[in-house]
Design a protein around this ligand. Structure first.
Ligand code: MSP
Length: 509
């Protein structure tokens, strides 16, 4: 059986969940739901990154101890997963005992492998990025991200990252799909080719972290702690377990492009040094921007995703985020664009198709799925288009082309609306020719079959709305393999209800 392990980054707790977090989590959820529908065994992880200086500072600023603070804040992220209907199987917290154990076990493994040594770090550090910054990277006194940097000089353990230059380049050469999109892969390759220096992996100036085994004066650098979460959730250090073997390294790490270096350089190097395989694929998406600037807690320019959901409904927001921005590129959020998508793609195109076809059937053929009679060329054509979605969408998901996934489905929605217009079931109904009545039934059957395909494929994007459509169609079997069995005539239909209301422009103002 195919297995898939999908992860989001684990989120820092220095502020409330914002649209950026929601974006990554929804994208991962769409993929997880899609693969479950293919019959794959899926594990989908979300979680929170609770240690380090940035979180400790946020706790003190809130007047709380780090422990009280992270317990309170991580609940907000668990709530986020519920509010966006994320189907994650795991919500991991780095303050859990199992994670402490896993991070310390990985550390020990690296020590045994001769990959860790003690020395002194003297250089720049950006707390906002939780990153060491090279002198050569400093721009006008700041980190490349614009974060403030501070000079640090302290005793530290180092990881022999410099030894992994060649193995990393070889790995990426042999596995061209390991980093996507291609522009990000190139970025990583040129960073590695520029030379890797050993990495400081412990701190002594604060205590909010996982202690270094055998030297509690040091806490682990938050990134070695955080990255380990992906294997903690699989039971590391028990690498012989069924769980670990099934899911590692069948991993897809979805991340934002801001944390590519940590995932595509440090993480595979740690893993290889510990005798484990690197993650199978890392996909770095772009930033959601607000007037050109990255939306971020630290910059204070965030859009509240929960207000959006309250105003427009969850499924429209989920659809919009996947449809509007090519996954992998930056995209600007705007209320106008969201309203536009809701009114055109959802209300006019999909909503209208479902509503007019199902209410027509309901009113005119007695609330049962009609029987097809003679299938003509035009019917075959549209049925073939719906059937072809299977391969198109499989290929889209394999490369995480989430926008293309939406576009391919909506192409069939458009074809179906044109088919309604050209086949005119209402005119067939009025005709006194009995052949026309039979033709009407065929047309309605074909449409119901096409709508069933669409709704089944829409499930990962808009689970609740798709479920309503399938309920109205009287369909209980909803996975992709069920599409191989033709729609059953005679199935009784539920009363059709409009699913995607239009939005008045004023709502967005
Ligand atoms: N804790 C680290 C990740 C550790 S993973 C082992 C971290 N956390 S974060 O909360 O700052 O951000 C995590 C992720 O949130 C980003 O990589 C990205 O996926 C998402 N986003 C945060 N801001 C975003 C935007 N403005 N736009 C899109 N995604 C954004 O980094």
């Amino acid at each position: 059986m195919t297995t898939r392990y999908i992860t989001t980054p684990i989120y820092y707790l220095n502020g409330e969940p914002h649209l950026g977090h929601v974006y990554t989590t929804i994208a991962a959820d769409v993929l997880a739901r899609y693969w479950r529908l293919t019959g794959a065994k899926v594990k989908f992880l979300v979680g929170t990154d609770e240690h380090g200086q940035k979180v400790a500072q946020a706790a003190y600023a809130a007047g709380e101890s780090p422990t009280t603070y992270v317990d309170r804040m991580s609940k907000l992220f668990v709530d986020m997963t519920h509010k966006i209907n994320a189907s994650n199987d795991v919500f991991i917290r780095t303050t859990e005992t199992r994670h402490h154990e896993a991070a310390q076990a990985l550390w020990k493994k690296l020590v045994q492998a001769g990959q860790i040594y003690e020395s002194t770090y003297a250089g720049w550090y950006a707390v906002r990025d939780e990153a060491y910054i090279e002198e050569s990277e400093i721009v006008e006194g700041k980190a490349p991200s614009g974060a403030e940097v501070e000079w640090m000089e302290e005793s530290s353990y180092f990881f022999r990252l410099s030894e992994w230059e060649r193995p990393l380049l070889d790995y990426y050469e042999e596995n061209p799909g390991a980093i996507a999109p291609v522009s990000r892969r190139n970025e990583v390759l040129s960073f590695i080719k520029g030379g890797l220096r050993d990495l400081s992996i412990s701190r002594t100036k604060f205590t909010w972290g996982i202690s270094v085994p055998d030297n509690p004066q040091h806490v682990m650098y938050v990134w070695i702690d955080a990255l380990t979460n992906y294997i903690t959730a699989l039971g590391y250090p028990n690498i012989e377990s069924k769980e670990f073997k099934e899911y590692w390294p069948e991993s897809l790490h979805l991340i934002g492009k801001d944390i590519l270096r940590f995932h595509a350089v440090y993480w595979p190097a740690f893993l290889m040094a510990a005798g484990l395989r690197p993650p199978k694929r890392i996909f770095a998406h772009g930033w959601l921007t607000c007037e050109g600037e990255k939306m971020s807690k630290s910059l204070g320019n965030v859009v509240d995703p929960f207000k959006l959901i309250e105003t427009y409904g969850l499924d429209p927001v989920r659809y919009f985020l996947m449809r509007e921005i090519p996954f992998g590129q930056d995209g600007t959020y705007s209320d106008m664009a969201l309203i536009q998508r809701i009114n055109s793609d959802l209300a006019n195109d999909l909503g209208n198709l479902v509503q007019r076809v199902l209410s027509f059937i309901h009113k005119n053929v007695g609330a049962h799925l009609p029987e097809p009679h003679e299938i003509l060329g035009v019917d075959q054509e549209i049925l073939a288009k719906a059937a072809h979605l299977h391969d198109l969408l499989r290929d889209d998901m394999e490369i995480q082309a989430l926008q293309a996934y939406c576009q391919h489905i909506w192409e069939v929605v458009a074809v179906a609306n044109r088919y309604v217009d050209s086949q005119k079931p209402w005119a067939l109904k009025k005709s006194s020719d009995p052949q026309d009545r039979l033709r009407m039934q065929t047309v309605l059957y074909v449409l119901a079959e096409v709508i069933r395909h669409i709704a089944i494929y829409v499930q990962p994007l808009m689970p609740e709305s798709a479920s309503k459509i399938l309920d109205q169609l009287g369909q209980k079997e909803r996975s992709f393999k069920d599409l191989k069995t033709p729609l059953k005539s005679g199935t009784s239909l539920n009363e059709p209800q409009p699913i995607f209301p239009r939005v008045e422009k004023e709502k967005g103002e």
